[in-house]
Design a protein around this ligand. Structure first.
Ligand SMILES: Nc1ncnc2c1ncn2[C@@H]1O[C@H](COP(=O)(O)OP(=O)(O)OP(=O)(O)O)[C@@H](O)[C@H]1O
Ligand SMILES: [Mg+2]
Length: 316
């Protein structure tokens, strides 16, 4: 549902001062959860395609205080959208989408935090949280999430909430390490056959790693893995510790963590195990890639550990 941009990070600020966070790379990937530029997301919620005029309605909605009232209803009644969504006007729809987009972004940021030890190794590094101010009444359009000046990068990651005034006009996102490669769905097109087995093995290894962190990813698919040629990785020598990459010369990362969930504190083994079993994250990589590669007459070696099969609803 997001939109992504490859961005340059200048060495100096607009005032000519050195960047406050010099450790940032010169290029990064900006993933924005922007209600305006998310046609599939809008479609899922049966909301009209975005049009410029909708912001004027939003301004009136916020100024009149109606936005606050609407928001309180949203917070206290989570089924509101299903019950009443069809009757909403443009401003209510935009407010609802803004809160949903923010929740997705907050989930993704929280999961990146839990998986911190994997950042830069099996998932991209998070460089910063980012907030854009899209309020048509504002002059400056880009602010840091720590509120300091017209810079798009903040060193900390405060969790935005829909209790913020003007949340309808805030677009939140993540500034991520830029992975210059292709998605695993395009493996056949971009990598030689000799690399295929190792690339898929790396992806399966990442998915298995999620267990250690009590994470379930409901969106495991080839499109959500990036494959980067090790010789092209930014920083050159950075990934020499990736032993599993050596076999192919490609480094695999899982991306798109917005549909992940962390195991609940009081969630029983059977509840968790059943959900993990139903989701079959390993199979979502292994079986799917095996089918894709079989079309090229390539026999992928994949054995599903099926470690949660004991929790299956029905015996398989
Ligand atoms: N860190 C990154 N570096 C380079 N490209 C990236 C990075 N993260 C994402 N992308 C690119 O952006 C695309 C979309 O990213 P992602 O899957 O995270 O967003 P999404 O909105 O959830 O997409 P979708 O709904 O299509 O799954 C990826 O397929 C990939 O091409
Ligand atoms: Mg994706």
């Amino acid at each position: 549902m997001s939109c992504g941009l490859v961005v340059d990070i200048p060495r100096t600020t607009t005032d000519g001062l050195p960047q406050r966070t010099p450790s940032l790379p010169s290029t990064a990937f900006l993933k924005l959860f922007d209600r305006r530029h998310a046609p599939r997301f809008r479609d899922d919620f049966c909301v009209q395609p975005y049009a410029q005029g909708m912001e004027e309605a939003c301004v009136k909605f916020v100024q009149s205080g109606e936005a606050d009232r609407f928001l309180s209803r949203l917070k206290t009644d989570s089924d509101l959208a299903e019950k009443e969504g069809g009757d909403w006007d443009d401003a209510e729809c935009e407010a609802y989408l803004a809160s949903e987009a923010m929740q997705l972004r907050n989930t993704e940021m929280a999961i990146y935090d839990v998986l911190k030890p994997l950042q830069g190794k099996q998932i991209p590094r998070v460089l910063s949280g980012v907030t854009l101010d899209i309020d048509p009444r504002s002059h400056a359009n880009v602010t840091a999430s720590n509120g300091a000046g017209a810079v798009a990068v903040a060193a900390s990651h405060p969790t935005p909430s829909s209790a913020e005034p003007n949340y309808v006009f805030h677009v939140h996102g993540l500034l991520l390490e830029y992975l210059e490669g292709f998605t695993m769905a395009e493996l056949v097109k971009h990598a030689p056959q000799s690399a295929w087995q190792n690339v898929v093995d790396q992806a399966v290894e990442i998915v298995r790693k999620l267990d250690e962190y009590n994470i379930l990813n409901e969106d495991v698919r080839p499109e959500n893995f990036m494959v980067v040629k090790t010789s092209q990785e930014q920083g050159g020598t950075k990934h020499h510790d990736c032993t599993s990459c050596a076999a192919s010369g490609y480094h695999v990362y899982m991306i798109d963590l917005a549909m992940c969930r962390k195991r609940g504190e009081d969630e029983s083994d059977s509840e968790w195990g059943r959900d993990k079993c139903d989701q079959d994250e390993e199979g979502a990589v292994g079986y799917v890639m095996r089918t894709i590669l079989a079309r090229e007459k390539f026999m992928l070696d994949f054995v599903n550990s099926r470690q949660y099969r004991g929790f299956a609803k029905y015996e398989t």
